[in-house]
Design a protein around this ligand. Structure first.
Ligand code: HGY
Ligand code: MN
Ligand code: MN
Length: 419
């Protein structure tokens, strides 16, 4: 139990573990595919809307005085002193993460941060703490970009990193625009809202094995690798699979296949990461040489120079092979997140509960915290993932480690806003 002064020690008690499980069970079935156990929670769709309703009800039940949509699909529950006049600008503490998933993704990536934030507020209030600063818990929209193709769509809109008119025209695979899904053009930048926020802390399941190998239940992020997404359009000549001689073909899937292998090799040679996990083929018929192939490169590296060199190398290899195949290739950048360094003061505060037991580690996974870091002091807490796997139903975390994450988040929130 939290003492009435501060959070005592890093290890959760059985009541806190049970409380985490209780809250977790309330959302676990929402958007879950029974066949694979993976989640289909795409931005602005029914499963996410149900999660948002649950979020608003839970926050209100725990004393949130306002649950505020920001006009971009993001939702913020506010507790404590109301964000007031100008002199209170920039002193709100914001916690949270996202509720959406990749197709058939794990259940922890995103929702763990939102549930943990709600539980951290609940734990402090239950310990009799009040807040000397406004405290918000946010559920960001479409962080994975699984529906409209732009990652961190909600936080990019909120911070002005994405033009609302351009975003409104984004379409999903069924051809629906964001404006249709949202019920209108997104609000776009909200400097009035952003100005009220002093710090942002995102708790997230670790998407790797660092904490497992270190034997630590919780870690703190030092920063995020620069990373981005590039669309690769390969164009050839549709033709008959049976009557077209091999020498007469202009087959874009050959160029595509070579580019996939080249991206893998160029990344390995640079200690970087390159993934081409999404592809569309037209006409996608067994007995037709394709006309067009569209693939998406997800590239990430420890520094921006290496990332640039990797993407340039892939672009050059693809063009070289296209010349041989009689095809063409166009490379279009769809998103880029520069290198992120989290706030040193927040990192130290986040480790306060158990400094020598809370490792600091970098990540190559993108997060809304990476978008907000360009505007205000930001930090991330990680919770151990025993499989180290993410963006897959195999993603996991134990209730004990999740409750430990809540404790660390509550201790940080108490430091920042408690009294
Ligand atoms: O893709 C990412 O790095 C994050 O999980 N959205
Ligand atoms: Mn993710
Ligand atoms: Mn995430």
């Amino acid at each position: 139990m939290l003492s009435d002064s501060v959070v005592e020690g890093p290890l959760p008690n059985s009541r806190e573990v049970a409380e985490f499980r209780r809250l977790w069970d309330e959302i676990a079935p929402i958007g879950r595919d029974p066949g694979t156990g993976g989640y289909l929670r795409y931005g602005y769709t029914e499963p996410v809307r149900r999660l948002e309703e649950w979020f608003a009800a839970t926050a209100t039940g725990d004393g949130a005085h306002t649950v505020e949509p920001d006009g971009n699909g993001n939702l913020i529950a506010w507790y404590g002193p109301r964000p007031g006049p100008a002199e209170r600008a920039g002193d709100a503490v914001l916690l949270g993460s996202h509720l959406d998933s990749v197709p058939y993704g794990g259940g922890y990536d995103g929702p763990l941060g939102v549930v943990s934030a709600l539980l951290a507020v609940r734990a402090l209030r239950r310990a009799g703490r009040t807040f000397r600063r406004p405290v918000g818990v946010v559920a960001f929209a479409e962080e994975e970009g699984s529906r409209f193709g732009v990652p961190c769509l909600g936080s990019r809109l909120l911070t002005g990193a994405l033009d609302p008119q351009q975003a409104a025209a984004l379409t999903d695979r069924a051809g629906m625009t964001l404006a249709e899904a949202l019920g209108g053009t997104p609000a776009g930048a909200r400097p009035d809202l952003l100005a009220r926020i002093g710090v942002f802390v995102e708790l997230h399941v670790e998407q790797g094995r660092a904490l497992v190998d270190l034997g630590a239940p919780v870690g703190v992020a030092s920063g995020i690798w620069p990373h981005g997404r590039w669309r690769l359009d390969f164009t050839g000549e549709a033709n008959h699979a049976g009557t077209t001689r091999m020498a007469d073909r202009r087959d874009p899937i050959l160029t595509y296949a070579f580019t996939v292998l080249a991206a893998n090799k160029e990344a390995r040679q640079r200690g970087a990461h390159a993934t081409i996990g999404r592809v569309e083929v037209e006409p996608n018929a067994t007995n037709a040489v394709p006309a067009r192939v569209r693939g998406w490169l997800d590239a990430r590296a420890a520094d921006v120079e290496t990332l640039d060199a990797l993407v340039e190398a892939v672009r050059a290899k693809a063009a070289e092979r296209a010349a041989r195949d009689g095809t063409t290739v166009a490379v279009t950048r769809e998103s880029l997140t520069p290198s992120v360094t989290f706030d040193g003061g927040l990192i130290a505060a986040a480790r306060r509960l158990h400094a020598d037991g809370v490792p600091v580690l970098p990540t190559a996974a993108g997060h809304d915290a990476g978008i907000l870091a360009a505007h205000l002091p930001t930090a991330m807490l990680f919770v151990r993932n025993p499989t180290g796997v993410s963006h897959s139903p195999a993603e996991s975390a134990t209730d004990e480690d999740c409750a430990a994450g809540v404790r660390h988040l509550a201790a940080l929130l108490d430091d920042l806003a408690g009294r």
